[in-house]
Design a protein around this ligand. Structure first.
Ligand SMILES: [Zn+2]
Length: 314
């Protein structure tokens, strides 16, 4: 009976994510479902399904590659050029020229990965903004913060000679999760790809979240990883360690969920993480997140993590 249940779960995973490497010999592109109903970030994950892990436990005892039929790590070390001709990849949703390491000075550093940056949300995404500060006119917009952090990271990576791909160069609108994931998955690269989605967090409030501050306010930084990916877990641990060391923010450790997981972590065909940098609807923390110095520390922590992974691999 127990075995039957395991087999049923395995076949469900196969139908959802495609066949395994063992069977096909080549990684199969996984179908990307519609993103309706999937959580976009930590705030939208059902709270009673969240699992917390201490990043130091992961760093001291790195997880072995999961011996499962489904492990997204099996996709990541493959060159982007397919061995056999395939149907054209959908590019229709890519209207602009994404920015990517245009003038990187690669004399200093031999790039190891292509870092795909997803600056979560857009100007038109409902909510995802703080109430007004006491001046009656300023508020924290998450899309602006996310873009600012990613921009600061990319500026430094240009100098370091690290390769990246800005998945969402658009400022206006709300680029869907499906388009974000499709762009990253279909991006051609000679280097293995890694995906990082940058966010700021919010806690539930009683009433209109654009008018009411959270009480009592949650605080701190957490990093989300894919539950079945050893590399995603290791990557998350490195980022969380640097984020806490650099910013001094409250350490909320690593988070994952075994249930309806974050769309960008599940459907990207590469190790992926999502950083939640402070709580923008906790008034005192939102004020910190508006400061240039704090933003630079958050960006610098991401850079330190990136450089560590560029050096040591995953
Ligand atoms: Zn977010």
């Amino acid at each position: 009976m127990f075995k039957q249940i395991i087999e049923a779960i395995k076949s469900l995973f196969k139908s959802l994510f495609g066949g395994s490497k063992k069977e096909s010999g080549q990684p199969q592109p996984r179908p990307i479902p519609d993103d309706t109903g999937f959580p976009k970030d930590a705030m939208e994950v059902a709270k009673d399904t969240i699992v917390t892990v201490n990043e130091m436990d992961i760093l001291l005892n790195p997880p072995a590659k999961a011996d499962e039929d489904f492990d997204k790590d099996m996709f990541d070390e493959q060159p982007a050029t397919p061995a056999t001709p395939t149907a054209p990849t959908p590019q229709a949703d890519v209207p602009t020229k994404p920015t990517e390491t245009p003038t990187a000075d690669t004399s200093k550093h031999k790039p190891r990965y292509l870092w795909c940056f997803d600056n979560g949300h857009g100007e038109a995404t409902p909510g995802k903004r703080s109430p007004l500060f006491d001046d009656g006119k300023t508020r924290f917009f998450e899309y602006e913060f996310n873009r600012d952090i990613v921009k600061r990271i990319m500026t430094k990576l240009d100098k370091e000679g690290v390769k990246y791909y800005n998945v969402v160069p658009e400022v206006e609108g709300d680029i869907s999760l499906k388009v974000r994931v499709t762009r990253a998955n279909t991006k051609k690269s000679d280097l293995p790809k890694l995906y990082i989605s940058v966010h700021s967090n919010a806690s539930p409030v009683n009433g209109d979240s654009t008018k009411v501050w959270a009480v009592p306010g949650a605080k701190g930084i957490e990093t989300w990883h894919h539950d079945s990916s050893a590399k995603s877990k290791k990557m998350a641990a490195v980022f969380q360690k640097h984020l806490i060391e650099k910013t001094g923010f409250v350490n909320r450790n690593l988070k994952t969920t075994k249930q309806t997981a974050l769309y960008v972590l599940v459907y990207t065909s590469m190790p992926a993480i999502l950083t939640e940098n402070g709580f923008y609807n906790t008034k005192s923390e939102a004020a910190e997140l508006m400061k240039d110095t704090v933003r630079q520390k958050i960006a610098d922590a991401h850079i330190e993590a990136i450089m560590e992974i560029e050096k040591n691999g995953l």
